[in-house]
Design a binder for this molecule. Structure first.
Ligand SMILES: [Fe+2]
Ligand SMILES: [Fe+2]
Length: 453
């Protein structure tokens, strides 16, 4: 059995190639997400038959890096397949470039060739496998182009039962499975990429529907948010993700306009069982909009910019445990893995870099995101002296976020109705005045006196 090294930081590419290379070529891949980790693996003598590697990862010229390394080490008999445009090394023998990294077929054919697997061998392989999709994604489709399967039996003897026919509306069946506690359903893995495209189109269309109730809008926006967060590393490459984000930001603004009272907004958020990350974003956006409406220099454009920022600011944080951290102390004492701690420590900085790649992002949004924990450089959390020198909108956002966090801390929910007996508005304001004594912060805090709870 052949062994490959797949080097990519892309969520979609990892899944797509790992599954397909195994299914079509019986190639087992070790996956690494940067050049250094890939070199470390080769250094300890792991033998690989082929390296399938993304052209660039972040700023790193990953494919070129591995080529130079193999050459220097006389390992240059290992074939390299590059995912994405790469001019520098494409002329060398042993290097093949697949300029569209989503062309599964071409990558599989190129890999088959270097492994000496013929088309006939490929046809005789047992295909296909099934690919899991979180069930809430299906609940959003009016129509499915694919058969949908349910996994029954044990993992040692899995059976995939076709439960929803292609060409039908899957909603009722999906609801039924959700009520039974099923968390994912399956599609055939060869449909995975097409499914992502269909989903993107569908959610974009729904978000543009002006007749939706607020409740439906909250549900759709949250699903859009979670989808973008799940695929965030693709944002530079996948046009659909930018479109979904744009529609989500518009939609968040509509939700704010629709719900002038926090209590109503929270009821919508809780009755939809939205993710904590989305509740946090929508509530931040709502409170930031309130501050801007009350502050003397605020404009509609500022509100739109802050909603955009609310949508993206914590997009790298995947769990509630990560989102709620607001100081170096809390980070240190958290039960998160070292890797997650690093993500939290660097999320403001990392997201600001990402925003620079988002087409038509509002001017200066990257700087505000970088500063949203009070640090000019975007790494870690300000503990004491919150400076007046931060961007004025970053200051508004910091105050909005702290107030929102105080509300969400009091999560007592009975029959989907959140109660706030323990949320103490006056105490929260006292706390904010003490923590942020500088004048620019005080101006934002003052406006909260008028917020409609
Ligand atoms: Fe946040
Ligand atoms: Fe944050």
């Amino acid at each position: 059995m052949a062994h490959g090294l797949l080097v990519t930081d892309s969520f979609i590419l990892k899944d797509m190639y790992n599954i397909n290379l195994k299914a079509y070529l019986d190639l087992t891949c070790t996956i690494k997400d940067n050049l250094e980790a890939c070199i470390q693996l080769l250094e300890i003598g792991v033998e690989v038959d082929v390296i399938i590697i993304q052209n660039h990862i972040n700023q790193e010229k990953t494919a070129q890096g591995i080529y130079n390394y193999l050459l220097a080490r006389d390992f240059d008999d290992i074939p390299i397949i590059v995912l994405g445009e790469e001019k520098e090394i494409s002329k060398y023998s042993g290097v093949q470039v697949i300029s569209n990294c989503y062309e599964v077929k071409n990558v599989i054919q190129a890999t088959a060739k270097v492994l000496g697997i013929s088309a006939k061998d490929m046809a005789e392989k047992n295909m296909p496998d099934f690919f899991p999709i979180p069930i809430n994604i299906f609940s959003h489709l009016d129509y499915t182009d694919f058969n949908i399967y349910h996994l029954t039996g044990k993992m040692v003897d899995p059976r995939y039962l076709k439960v929803i026919e292609q060409g039908t509306n899957p909603r009722n069946k999906v609801k039924q499975y959700q009520s039974e506690g099923v968390s994912q359903l399956y599609i055939k893995s060869e449909h995975r990429l097409k499914f992502t495209n269909v989903f993107s189109k569908n959610i974009t269309r729904r978000l543009q529907d002006t007749k939706m109730t607020t409740n439906q809008r909250v549900e759709s926006t949250q699903i859009g948010y979670d989808f973008v967060a799940q695929h965030i590393e693709e944002i530079e490459k996948v046009e659909d993700l930018i479109e979904i984000s744009k529609q989500c930001v518009n939609s968040m603004n509509l939700i704010i306009d629709d719900q002038p009272i926090i209590k109503n907004l929270l009821q919508q958020l809780f009755s939809n069982q939205t993710s904590y990350a989305f509740k946090h974003c929508q509530l931040n956006a709502f409170i930031a909009a309130h501050i801007i409406n009350e502050i003397d220099w605020g404009t509609k454009e500022h509100i739109e910019k802050l909603t955009f920022i609310a949508f993206y600011h914590d997009i790298h944080l995947t769990t509630k445990e990560m989102v709620i951290i607001n100081s170096d102390e809390e980070l240190k004492n958290s039960a998160l893995s070292e890797e997650d701690k690093d993500t939290v420590r660097q999320h403001a900085y990392k997201t600001s870099l990402l925003i620079q790649q988002v087409p038509r992002a509002p001017l200066g949004a990257d700087t505000i995101i970088k500063q949203h924990h009070g640090m000019i450089g975007g790494i870690g959390f300000e503990g004491k002296k919150f400076s007046n020198n931060l961007s004025p909108l970053a200051i508004v956002f910091i105050i909005a976020e702290e107030y929102a966090a105080a509300i969400l801390k009091v999560e007592k929910i009975t029959n989907n109705v959140p109660s706030y007996e323990e949320f103490n508005h006056a105490k929260t304001l006292d706390y904010l005045y003490a923590k942020y004594p500088n004048s620019n912060y005080v101006r934002s805090i003052e406006t909260l006196k008028k917020i409609k709870l």
